[in-house]
Design a protein around this ligand. Structure first.
Ligand code: SF4
Length: 91
């Protein structure tokens, strides 16, 4: 039996703990990007704060395919706002 007929099991693995910009979900990424573009500048978190928040999410077991399993939001959208907060108070 060739590898092609049984498939490569590693190819079935998906990235679970990652942000939308790293996975192939263009629709969700478009929604998040539109949300970010529509957020008034005065309501946006500072870029370094946004980056720190996303870095924390990337290390969190509750991040799954861009969604926080604790609050249900796309973290790249929620944390873009000044008031974006972690439900576990990690930031
Ligand atoms: S918002 Fe908090 S709980 Fe949710 S993924 Fe980010 S760090 Fe984890």
């Amino acid at each position: 039996m060739s590898e092609n007929s049984i498939g490569n099991p590693l190819k079935k693995l998906r990235c679970v703990r990652c942000l939308l910009n790293a996975i192939d979900d263009k629709t969700a990424l478009e929604i998040v990007n539109k949300y970010k573009a529509d957020t008034p500048e005065c309501d946006r978190a500072l870029p370094e704060v946004y980056r720190q928040r996303l870095d924390t999410c990337l290390d969190c077991k509750y991040l799954e395919r861009g969604v926080c399993l604790k609050c249900g939001y796309y973290v790249e959208a929620r944390m873009y706002r000044k008031g974006g907060a972690c439900p576990l108070k990690l930031f």
